[in-house]
Design a protein around this ligand. Sequence first.
Ligand code: DOR
Ligand code: ZN
Length: 333
Amino acid sequence: MQQELSLILPDDFHIHLRQGRDLANYAKSAALQFGRVLAMPNTEPPINSPEAVKKYKEEILAAAPNLEVLLTFKLNKNYTEQELLDMKKNGAVAAKYYPLGVTTNSQDGISKIEDIYPTIELLEKLDLVLCLHGEEPEAFCLDREREFLKHLEKLCKTFPNLRIVLEHVSSADAVEFVKKLPQNVAATVTVHHLILTLNDIVGDSLCPQNFCKPLPKFPKDKAAVREAVFSGNKKFFLGTDSAPHSLEKKECLCGAAGVYSAPVAIPILIEEFENENKLNLLSDFVAGYGADFYKIPRQTKKATYAKEEWQIPKTIDGAVPLRAGQTLKWKAK
Ligand code: DOR
Ligand code: ZN
């Protein structure tokens, strides 16, 4: 039996590192698992100017100097070409689109995507990536991703050279849709959408730590996400959407959406890929296809993992991690 595993140091192409006092802890925890991350902009205040991009990068690096940080900015308005160029210069590689009210800190999101087509046209021109939170807020919660696909289709037709990532893909419909679109459209996959269904949130008891957007859905949806990943399809790569919230924010009248997975993501993935007999595909999923899509060099540093049981703590950095209290088989060395 394999006792040790060496991988290229993983990338996380979708992570929330928050702001203020929490940022340092989350950035340090991320740096223990990943060599490179794409940090999401739904902070308070949002990352939506060249200065904010620069400052956020500096703050993350101050806490985690060895982490390679790629930035996003929030598409909560239209930008000038000069602003986009300056954000690119300051480290941004992608713009993030949030529909109005769809998830955490999206009260400044967009109600009609066509309103920001002028900026999207510039993204295409400047070869910046468009990252989509692909849910239609008005639809029934389990249909929101599917209902969004019409917007994705229109974007692809209107901006044929734009690189688009459908973030945290969670439904069989969206998986099949992305597969059929051209190579400039990809999807990130989270660890939680690979392993959870709605049952893990409300099936038996209520599990707020698994509550997130988009919702994990039916077994057939999980199966489709797994098939895309375990078939080695290069359009599907890791973006954990690790989204820590304090216990008080998760367990209250109006609990926040988000799964804190960064500290456990890679060990869980190793176990999942091993169980599927697909360990040979893991390196590309966590450290290959994403870099290729973002047109950045694959990392060369390695990370080693040992087969060693450990129990996931009940809280990490003040938040309940995915699979808290459970035992994992693999540990980062
Ligand atoms: O569950 C989620 N949490 N989904 C998102 O899209 C945002 C994230 C957060 O920032 O907490
Ligand atoms: Zn996210």
